[in-house]
Ligand binder design. Structure first.
Ligand code: CDT
Length: 303
C-alpha cells in the first residue's frame, strides 16, 4: 500500500540555557508518541537542537560554534538516531552543520533524512538565507543567518526512502515556488521542512496575522501546485521572550491542511497519508509534460 502514517513533531521554545541533550530528550519523547500512533516517520524543525541563535550577535566562531554539529550522527544526535532505529521510525532533522571542506571550515543551515533502519538517506543545505549579516539598526532581535551560514551548495534534490521519494527544504525556502517545483520535477511525493519564523517582521512593519497566513498560503500552494504532501514543523513560542509562530501542519496534495498543531509547545500531529492522492493532479491540471511551457519561463533563471 502507498499509505503511511507520518508525523510532525513541533518543538516549543528551546531556551538559550537549555542543553542539546534536553532538546534531544524532548524529540525522543515525541518520537515515541508518534510511534505509538503508528507513525513510520516524523518531521522535526529547523535548527532543532538549540535556540534560534541567529537572533543574537556573535563575533567569533569560538562564541557560536557551540550551536553547531560535526559528523553524522553528531555526538548530540546519537540518542535520537539510536531510538529512531530501535523503533523503526525515520525522521527529518534540522541542525547547524560545521564541516571541514576544501581546506576550510564551512557552516550551513542543514537538514537530513534518516531512514527507518537508521541510515542517512539525504542531506540538504538551506539555499534561501533570510535576514542580514550585519545587525539592523534599532531591532530588539536580529535575523543574522547570512552571518553564520553559507548559501547551501547541494541544490534541491529528492531522496528515495523506504516510504517514498522525499524532497527537503528549510523555513524561508517554503516561500519560493521554485523550491518545490524543482523537486516536483524530480518526482517528489512528499516535501518535508522545518522552520523558525519570528512572529514579528523586524525588516518591515506587517500585521501580525500575516506571518501565519503567509506560512499557510505557501505550504498549501506548494502541495497543490505540485500534487505532493507537505509536512511542516515549527519551533515556536517565546524563546527567552522572542516569539515565533506555531502552525505546524500536514497538507494533502489537494492543498488542504489535514492536521494542524493547536498550541506553541511540543506537540505531535499525525495523518495516514495516501501517497497516491496527488496522482490525479499530476495527470491532469499539473501534468508537467503536457502543460508546462518552459519556453516562456526563461527569465526565472536568466536574471
Ligand atoms: N528561519 C527562517 O528562515 N525564518 C524566516 C524569517 C524571515 S524574517 C527575516 C522565514 O522566512 O520564516
Amino acid at each position: 500500500s502507498r499509505k503511511h502514517v507520518i508525523a510532525v513533531g513541533q518543538l516549543g521554545p528551546i531556551m538559550l540555557a537549555e542543553s542539546k541533550a534536553e532538546a534531544v530528550d524532548r524529540m525522543i519523547a515525541m518520537l515515541r508518541e508518534a510511534h505509538a500512533q503508528g507513525a513510520v516517520w516524523i518531521v522535526f524543525p529547523e535548527l532543532a537542537l538549540t535556540t534560534f541563535f541567529p537572533r543574537y550577535i556573535y563575533e567569533t566562531p569560538e562564541e557560536y560554534d557551540r550551536f553547531f554539529e560535526e559528523g553524522l550522527p553528531s555526538p548530540a544526535m546519537r540518542p535520537l538516531f539510536a531510538e529512531a532505529a530501535r523503533l523503526g521510525v525515520g525522521f527529518y532533522l534540522g541542525y547547524a552543520e560545521k564541516v571541514a571542506e576544501g581546506g576550510r571550515m564551512r557552516r550551513f543551515n542543514t537538514s537530513i533524512l534518516v531512514d527507518r533502519d537508521g541510515t542517512v538517506a539525504g542531506k540538504y543545505r538551506k539555499v534561501h538565507l533570510p535576514g542580514t549579516s550585519e545587525p539592523v539598526l534599532k531591532a530588539d532581535f536580529e535575523h543574522l543567518e547570512k552571518r553564520y551560514f553559507e548559501v547551501g551548495d547541494l541544490g534541491f534534490n529528492t531522496f528515495d526512502t523506504s516510504i517514498g521519494r522525499i524532497g527537503m527544504c528549510i523555513c524561508n525556502d517554503r516561500r519560493w515556488p521554485e523550491t518545490f517545483r524543482v523537486m516536483a520535477l524530480q518526482g517528489a511525493e512528499m516535501f518535508m521542512l522545518g522552520y523558525n519564523t519570528p512572529t514579528r517582521n523586524i525588516h518591515h512593519p506587517e500585521p501580525a496575522h500575516l506571518r501565519e497566513f503567509h506560512h499557510r498560503l505557501s505550504i498549501e500552494a506548494a502541495a497543490y501546485q505540485n500534487g505532493a504532501w507537505v509536512f511542516a514543523s515549527a519551533k515556536c513560542g517565546a524563546e527567552d521572550g522572542f516569539a515565533m509562530i506555531g502552525g505546524s501542519a500536514i497538507v494533502a496534495p489537494t492543498g488542504e491542511s489535514v492536521a494542524r498543531t493547536a498550541g506553541e509547545a511540543d506537540e505531535v500531529i499525525c495523518h495516514n497519508c495516501d501517497l497516491g492522492l496527488g496522482d490525479y493532479i499530476r495527470r491532469t491540471v499539473f501534468d508537467f509534460g503536457r502543460h508546462r511551457r518552459i519556453e516562456h519561463y526563461g527569465l526565472i533563471t536568466a536574471t
